[in-house]
Design a protein around this ligand. Structure first.
Ligand SMILES: O=C(O)CCC(=O)C(=O)O
Ligand SMILES: [Fe+2]
Length: 219
């Protein structure tokens, strides 16, 4: 929802930047349409299975590379064996624009070629525990885009899952970037706020989050 009073940008830690309202409603709607198509396959949206037998409460579909705990592959052996859909060039370009805007530096996107996107769908009950994004062999920043219901995004430190951390409210259209000395910080989503999304995005319920990353992997 467009804030009556704009939410200011913040930096909870060096290299980590929250830019509220970065995506227009039109851009969010286009991303929602794309995510709907990606969710159907070739590898469908699924609850990721964890090594000890549990499943994640979020549902995920990947582009470029398929992520499963705790590695990237081109084919989704844990789902249906298919090769994941390619990472579109325009989405990588959006990632470069995100870095320029988040770091307020026209050169910040140079050399940034995200080759994977993890698209997470959260229903009212879904959560994500504190973790590091560390299966990439690149220290390039992670670009995170949120659409739909707001959530509490907990952004912590690089040492452990606990304090110190900062709770950031991520709303529809918000950008969050973590790079530099925050690239391997623990983070998670302790709660989603049902009914807070903007129906104009085309997402009637739940929350979508896209993270763009450079894997540093080659075939
Ligand atoms: O949903 C979010 O905002 C964070 C997602 C995340 O941390 C991940 O996919 O690794
Ligand atoms: Fe993450």
């Amino acid at each position: 929802m467009d804030a009556l009073i704009p939410v200011p940008r913040t930096s909870p830690a060096p290299g980590a930047v929250h830019v509220p309202g970065w995506l227009t409603v039109g851009e969010q709607r286009e991303l929602v349409d794309c995510c709907r198509a990606w969710a159907t396959g070739p590898v469908p949206l699924r609850h990721t299975r964890l090594p000890r037998g549990g499943v994640m409460s979020v549902r995920t579909v990947c582009l470029g590379w398929h992520w499963q705990p705790y590695r990237y592959t081109r084919t989704a052996e844990d789902v249906n064996g298919s090769q994941v859909a390619p990472m579109p060039g325009w989405l990588a370009g959006l990632g470069r624009r995100a870095l320029v805007d988040a770091y307020e530096d026209t050169t910040a996107g140079e050399g940034y070629v995200p080759d994977t996107a993890l698209i997470n769908f959260y229903d009212d009950q879904a959560r994500m525990g504190m973790h590091q994004d560390k299966d990439e062999r690149s220290a390039a920043p992670v670009v995170s885009l949120s659409i739909g219901d707001s959530c509490v995004f907990r952004f912590g430190n690089t040492e452990n899952r606990g304090q110190p951390y900062t709770d950031v409210e991520l709303a529809s259209g918000d950008l969050f970037v973590f790079g530099g000395s925050s690239r391997f910080a623990y983070h998670g989503v302790p709660r989603v706020r049902p009914g807070t999304g903007d129906p104009r995005t085309g997402l009637r319920a739940g929350r979508l989050n896209l993270t763009l990353r450079m894997t540093g992997l080659t075939d």
